[in-house]
Write a protein that binds this ligand. Sequence first.
Ligand code: SAM
Length: 233
Amino acid sequence: MNQQELSKRLATVGEFVPNGARLADIGSDHAYLPVALVLAKKIDFSIAGEVVIGPFTSAVKQVKKNNLSQNITVRLASGLDAIEQDDDITAITIAGMGGTLIRDILAQGQSKNKLSGKERLILQPNVGEKTLRSWLMAESYEIIAERILEENQKIYEIIVAEKSPNTMTYTNEQLMFGPFLSKEKNPTFKKKWQRELNQRNHVLQQLSLAETVPSGKIEQLETERKLIEEMLA
Ligand code: SAM
């Protein structure tokens, strides 16, 4: 296996791992990302953390099959519990989960002093990007790069953040659309938000036919619709 064999999504996550980083890949599943990065000689040390026994076993097998047990340690642990102080981690990847789960993993890890503040965070939430960006802002992480990409009809965002000595302030629009992505507004970004707009229009139409509607729901959807329309204009 080499980096070319990674999905486009995971390969893009890997691009943001600095050369020579000491990586913790949390929710590693088959450990594809650390294995590919070590084989590509981009890194030579990684922890692969998994909380579920099946994916943990797959990760152990994948590491053994590639003779990388000297470079990659697979640990059965929840979130950042997989990290030990001596690991001296400098980059953390968390990919393929919801943004709320990624936020919770980071927040719990932070409360257990698993984050030193020197790690680059490379995060790929499947949904809930705003929730994740809001946590990063509240914890003084600066978003240093973002990517949006499409693979197999799904659109993914990647958020790269580093701890800042400064208080970080992002607008509501930047939290929702991404500070870099909303500036760039590339075709994939427009495609994503057109889909999101269509979805909200559909829900609003359904709600207009409903007898009872949860209070505030329509207002929230209309606010979001307006923001998306302005972003796409
Ligand atoms: N990171 C890989 C990728 O992007 O292709 C795998 C993504 S897979 C959909 C999500 C993985 O995260 C699953 O293997 C799941 O067991 C693991 N996971 C979920 N919650 C976790 C947690 N709190 N700690 C560690 N792993 C977790």
